[in-house]
Design a protein around this ligand. Structure first.
Ligand code: RIB
Length: 298
């Protein structure tokens, strides 16, 4: 088996939400009511989306997170199991599951309000969580759960030579010792600006630029960039999650290949309404890349 064929084991620690998605011609101003054009209710959450994305991109994935005791919990759990994501470390806690109120406008741009629910209860990790992290090749985290849990997970990963990938979204102030444990940061251009003072100390930084692709800066200061395949955008929700999960799944192939693979995954995720349902498989990503290569003479 070559390095490229290897199946990486990824532990994803993060949020899982029920996304309540409305589509509208334009987002209302404060105090205004507008008529919407559609509504779907689909599983999401940055953690769950990235777990499904990494799994569909070819990795084995264990999800560490929490759902509540409400009508959404069973569907949230089954969306992970149906995708082949391990849920042994997905606990059920009293109270509601996380929900996200999402508005998608006519250009496919989204606005999101997340109410953490069960995700906010994930303040500490137990021995089995720590074992899952130590046994993984990569720990992948975001910031929709308490930072105390992310910090504990990253410290444990570092101590056990598990590569730590952080997508610091929604962007927040983090303790310096947490940044010291991050091997790879995946940020969008807005986050890159806000976090510029701390990103300099992270060995590998990937900046996503939507339809303009992504850039990578490595520990030696070397950089690479990759374009995004051109697609018809329906909804950008979860495109960053699709990118990040695919990047983690392909990280062992090296930054150049991983970046191109992730850009294709992010682009394909914008072609359907809803985050989780739009996440592409490795086969679809490879086909999009092959198409791009064929049309690269344009
Ligand atoms: O990144 C998209 C995700 O952000 C949505 O699925 C929503 O749940 C919020 O977490």
């Amino acid at each position: 088996m070559t390095t490229a064929d290897r199946v990486p084991a990824i532990a994803v620690l993060g949020s899982i939400n029920m996304d309540l998605v409305t589509t509208t011609g334009r987002v209302p101003e404060p105090g205004e009511t507008v008529l919407g054009t559609g509504f779907v209710m689909v599983p999401g959450g940055k953690g769950a989306n990235q777990a499904v994305a990494a799994r569909r991109a070819g990795a084995t994935v264990e999800f560490l997170g929490a759902v509540g005791e409400d009508v959404f919990a069973a569907e949230l759990r089954s969306t992970l199991t149906d995708s082949g994501v391990g849920v042994e470390r997905l606990r059920t806690v009293p109270g509601p599951s996380g929900v996200a109120a999402i508005v998608v406008d006519a250009d496919g741009e989204n606005s999101i309000i997340v109410v953490g629910g069960a995700n906010a209860e994930l303040t500490a990790l137990d021995a089995d969580d720590l074992a899952a992290i130590a046994n993984a090749d990569i720990l992948l985290c975001q910031l929709e759960i308490p930072i105390s849990a992310v910090a504990a997970a990253a410290a444990h990963a570092k101590a056990n030579r598990t590569t730590v990938v952080l997508n610091p979204s929604p962007v927040a102030e983090l303790p310096a010792e947490l940044w010291a444990h991050i091997d790879v940061a995946v940020v969008n251009s807005g986050e890159a600006e806000r976090l510029a003072p701390v990103l300099g100390s992270v060995p590998h930084v990937v900046v996503t630029r939507g339809a303009d692709g992504a850039e990578y800066r490595g520990p030696d200061g070397g950089s690479r960039s990759s374009p995004s395949p051109v697609v018809d955008v329906v909804d950008t929700t979860g495109a960053g999650d699709s990118f990040t999960g695919a990047l983690a799944a392909a990280w062992h192939r090296g930054p150049r290949a991983a970046l191109a693979f992730a850009c294709a995954a992010g682009a394909l995720a914008t072609t359907r309404l809803g985050a989780g349902v739009a996440i592409p498989t490795a086969a679809a990503i490879d086909a999009a890349l092959a198409g791009r290569h064929r049309s690269s003479a344009r």
